[in-house]
Design a binder for this molecule. Structure first.
Ligand code: G3H
Length: 479
């Protein structure tokens, strides 16, 4: 919609990476400076577009809504080069991963359109029970507030926004603090593809823009991928929490369990990718490794050497694995975790662990970890890898059972007689067991969810359409 109250002030956006040898962030652009007035404007526009389910967007025919979405994704594809560049400059994501994020998002939109068509084709069928015919449909729920994370500012955000929109819900969308400019190339596509008020973008800090939106009581679904502290704070601000539906992707502390008969080369390779790709800034990253004591010495020595061999540099350099960190306070936080663990008996077992530059801290491999250490409990979301050795498999299983999180696990081993019963136990502790491979969200058609504090609702392409809609039906008796 139009920005009726925007004052014209802007907030500058600086890069994560530096173009010169000396670390100097570059001014990349600016975003509108917004506060409560603009946030409430967005609420008004979204509520008017919904109009208690009678608005243009929620009542639009399925074919027309699909046309809007196809029009959007068609235009989006033309922005690839610019968005990929911004992903690299704003959040330091490698060229390959930035391209993957863009392409995966485009595919996500096309798959969502297909899934939406199937959903509507199925809804058209009548079923007859006890003489009553019922035609089941799925309809929109109302206004959605959508907040995405900085690590996947496109893919994760769109995995909330696209299903919410296609089901007929108007959306208010606040991009993450880092990865905010890359929405700019898409603004014209949003504006020209969807009717007024269907999509409303707000910029700014959570407490300045998201809080007034929640306090207005006009949000029907809170869709957030990020941390539970923000999710709880936002929920609590809604005057009628009982009416609020939640779709949340939150913290995780995914473990890897390496059994005595594991293929060590494979386990090490997967644990490096799992714990340190995008510097460990993934909710699905491996955040603690449990290695059987009989192989711990060997595993630790080889794992530490491989970590030290990882290269650091700018994201467009294809030989580089580690890249600068967008959060300025992250090196300091990671150093705190290292200091805390080493003061309680752990060692940094790789030579380069903890080496710092202005915008980076080299991954530290910490061993042995115990429950008194912060890094055992906290989701580090950065370059530090804690390792625990175990004697009895019940030790990691008990830790997982006690944990507040329950997203995924990686299990490395060969003997099927050991693995099979273990899988039966693990699936009741987490939602995805990865055999001899690291944890990951994709492919995006797979269910993405978690137990306990890790998630509320499920975000596969199929499930997300259901998370953002409600079942309604028409019942008619045989005459
Ligand atoms: O931050 C969590 C992301 O969903 C991780 O996705 O496993 O594809 O990197 P990914």
């Amino acid at each position: 919609g139009e920005l009726k109250k925007w004052t014209g002030q802007t907030t500058p956006v600086f890069s994560t990476i530096s173009s010169s040898e000396k670390y100097e962030p570059t001014l990349l652009g600016s975003i509108p400076f917004m506060g409560e007035a603009e946030a409430l404007d967005a609420v008004e526009a979204a509520s008017a577009a919904y109009n208690n389910g009678q608005g243009l967007w929620p009542t639009m025919k399925v074919v027309d809504r699909i046309k809007c979405m196809e029009d959007f994704v068609g235009q989006m594809k033309t922005t690839r080069t610019e968005v990929v560049k911004l992903l690299m400059w704003e959040i330091g994501k490698s060229l390959g991963d930035s391209e993957k994020e863009f392409d995966r998002t485009v595919e996500y939109i096309y798959d969502t359109i297909e899934s939406y068509k199937e959903l509507n084709a199925r809804s058209a069928h009548f079923s007859k029970v006890q003489g009553i015919n019922a035609m089941v449909r799925r309809g929109p729920l109302g206004v959605v507030l959508c907040l995405g994370p900085y690590n996947y500012p496109l893919n994760e955000t769109f995995s909330l926004l696209i299903p919410a929109l296609i089901m007929g819900n108007p959306v208010i969308f606040k991009p993450a603090k880092h990865g905010v400019l890359l929405i700019s190339p898409l603004l014209e596509a949003f504006r020209s593809s969807f009717p007024k008020g269907a999509i409303n973008i707000v910029y700014g800090r959570g407490r300045e823009v998201a809080s007034p939106i929640m306090k207005s009581g006009k949000v029907d679904i809170l869709a957030l991928i990020g941390n539970s502290k923000s999710a709880i704070a936002l929920q609590d601000q809604h005057p009628n929490k009982n009416r609020l539906r939640l779709v949340l992707g939150l913290e995780a502390k995914n473990p890897a369990i390496i059994l005595p008969d594991a293929d060590l080369d494979l386990a090490i390779q997967e644990c490096i990718a799992g714990s340190l790709s995008f510097n460990g800034q993934r909710c699905t990253a491996l955040k603690i490794l449990y290695v059987h004591e009989s192989i711990a010495d060997e595993f630790n020595k080889r794992f530490a050497a491989k970590v030290d061999a990882l290269t650091f540099g700018n994201p467009w350099d294809k030989s580089v694995f580690l890249t600068p960190l967008p959060e300025k306070d992250k090196p300091c936080y990671i150093q705190e975790l290292i200091d805390d663990a080493t003061s309680k008996g752990a060692k940094v077992i790789n030579a380069k662990g903890g080496e710092q530059t202005e915008n980076y801290i080299f991954p530290a491999v910490l061993f042995p970890i115990n429950k008194d250490m912060r890094v055992y409990h906290e989701e580090q979301f950065g370059p530090v890898v804690p390792i625990i050795s175990f004697n009895d498999i019940q030790e990691p299983l008990n830790d997982m059972a006690e944990s507040n999180y329950g997203q995924q696990v990686s299990l490395f081993g060969k003997d099927i007689k050991t693995i099979a019963p273990l899988i039966d136990t693990l699936v009741n502790l987490v939602c995805r067991v990865n055999l001899n491979s690291s944890c990951q969200r994709g492919p995006d058609v797979f269910p993405f969810t978690g137990r306990k504090d890790s998630a509320v609702g499920t975000l596969s392409i199929h499930d997300a359409l259901r998370s953002f809609s409600i079942r309604t039906f028409v019942a008619s008796k045989d005459n």
